[in-house]
Design a protein around this ligand. Structure first.
Ligand code: BG6
Length: 503
């Protein structure tokens, strides 16, 4: 791979350098980009934190690389080279002196590199500080270079429609919309990006990718872990805000979007917005007909007893926060009218899996005699986002031997087997795109707003009507029974529910 010589030098400032995201994702991603020559030849990483010092920070990051990088422990020579471009500074985000210090570093680097750098400010901090940092950067002129200054923020972008609009207004006081990179890390996953290739680089799927052939779509993002150490945050969020408003709706837009004219950033984002705009508004009456919420209680996991959500650290012992959501949406347009999109996510489910299942309609006429098969399964396409990245297609085949006996078989594409390479981490892709100044994979303000509008009626309803039956599923199961009822009412069932029951 060649060095990115055409890229202008970059200064990447990470606010919240001692936090979890920095050690688990950001530094390992930057280090891998460095190893793969995807960073510009001249770059600096300025890590801004409130405790620790440079030496301690560097040692912690070396440990983190060993623990969290897909490549494992760092190569000593390369690491030395990488950290020669890494500077840790201590500062209080509330204190104006921090922004002046950062400005001084930026000015010195630009003098040394003898050119204007791309300046990236990554806010890996609690959302309550976003506005303060954006103001601070603006106050010292670090937001003025509209083509070179970029601010990257992590979700949650607000808690609801109103607060996300307030946050936007605040950011817009210093930055223009084109400078704001709102990260949804699902969009950086290789398999999610492959959806573009799969749908739009192949002629086979487009003719059947519509209400005429598709019966229903299921999107599942299941996690086996509980809330881990994030109980405090999760109490203010819940699964609807944490996963559905962003990751699941984004996956849905890629499945449902119209073919793109080009891969240009605004074209991609416009087509996604079109899908979101077409989502049939949820009513805040009768939500049980389209939405289910759940919360895990204690259960067993891999033979071990695990605690329930209410017993997790930082969680209210009578919490009404949902850790599971199942939701039925419709996209009211020519392509998808009346095709249900079932979305499901939860913590402490039986296994970690993210997948999109497209169920096709049955053949119009069944010419095979009864008894030719035990069950006449319809065609089904499964797009595995993680962990077993790949795509499989289920169809009917004749069993070898006398007579016409049918059996369901599967044709598959396995990512690792096909490419003999390891997928890179979502954060590597996303950081690279920010450095290159391509916002296609990031959320634009209107996408964000419409996504909030979609879930807001449900947020309001659940807020005002606390669940009376929580906890309603055992850790290690596929969520509350009413989640199955949601689909059963439509004569359908969740893909993989059976498999788990057997488990
Ligand atoms: C984050 C959520 O956005 O996504 C977490 O805040 C969740 O609660 C995580 O665990 C899941 O991401 P992934 O990439 O592990 O599926």
């Amino acid at each position: 791979m060649t060095q990115q010589t055409s890229l202008r030098p970059a200064i990447i400032a990470i606010f919240g350098a001692t936090g979890d995201l920095t050690k688990r994702k950001l530094i390992p991603a930057l280090y891998n980009l460095f190893l793969d020559n995807h960073l510009p030849p001249q770059f600096r990483v300025v890590a801004v934190g409130r405790q620790s010092d440079h030496e301690v920070f560097v040692a912690q990051m070396l440990d983190s690389i060993a623990k969290y990088s897909r490549r494992g422990a760092a190569d000593p020579v390369k690491w030395k080279e990488f950290i020669s471009r890494l500077q840790y500074i201590v500062g209080d985000f509330q204190d104006q002196a921090l922004y002046k210090k950062l400005k001084k570093i930026v000015d010195e680097d630009e003098r040394e590199y003898k050119c204007e750098c791309s300046r990236i400010y990554y806010l890996s901090v609690p959302p309550s500080i976003f506005s303060r940092i954006s103001d601070g950067l603006g106050s010292v002129g670090l937001s003025q270079a509209r083509d070179r200054d970029r601010i990257v923020i992590e979700k949650p972008f607000g808690r609801d429609l109103e607060s996300s609009e307030e946050l936007n207004q605040h950011l817009l006081a210093s930055f223009e919309e084109r400078q704001i990179y709102r990260i949804d890390h699902y969009l950086g996953k290789e398999t999610v990006q492959n959806m573009f290739a799969f749908r739009f680089a192949n002629a086979l799927w487009e003719p059947i990718w519509n209400r005429r052939y598709v019966d229903s779509v299921q999107i599942t993002v299941a996690e086996d872990v509980g809330v881990e150490s994030r109980g405090g945050y999760y109490e203010t969020s819940g699964a609807l805000r944490d996963m559905v408003q962003n990751h699941l709706l984004q996956l849905m837009t890629i499945v449902a979007m119209e073919p793109l004219v080009s891969f240009e950033a605004n074209e991609v984002r416009n087509k996604k917005v079109d899908v979101l705009k077409a989502v049939r508004p949820l009513q805040n009456q009768e939500p049980h007909t389209y939405a289910v919420r759940g919360q895990y209680g204690p259960g067993t996991y891999g033979g071990e007893l695990v605690t329930g959500y209410r017993q997790e650290q930082g969680v209210d012992p009578v919490s009404s926060t949902e850790t599971f959501v199942a939701l039925k949406l419709y996209v009211d347009n020519w392509r998808w009218q009346d095709v249900p999109f079932y979305l499901r996510t939860g913590k402490r489910l039986p296994r970690k899996v993210s997948e999109i299942v497209i169920d096709f309609r049955p053949v119009p006429h069944q010419m095979f005699p009864r008894g030719s098969t035990d069950s006449f399964d319809c065609n089904r396409m499964i797009i595995n986002i993680q962990p077993d990245e790949g795509i499989s297609l289920r169809f009917q085949a004749k069993e070898p031997g006398a007579g016409m006996r049918l059996r369901t078989v599967t044709m598959g594409f396995d990512y690792t087997e096909a490419f003999h390479s390891q997928s890179r981490e979502a954060y590597e892709t996303l950081l690279q795109e920010v450095i290159e100044g391509d916002p296609a994979l990031f959320m634009r303000d209107d996408q964000e707003r419409i996504a909030w509008q979609i879930v807001q009626p449900l947020l309001d309803y659940w807020q005002t009507t606390p669940a009376s039956n929580f906890p309603n599923y055992l850790a290690g199961t596929w969520g509350p029974e009413i989640s199955d009822v949601l689909l059963a009412r439509d004569g359908r069932s969740w893909h993989n529910t059976q498999a788990t029951i057997k488990k």
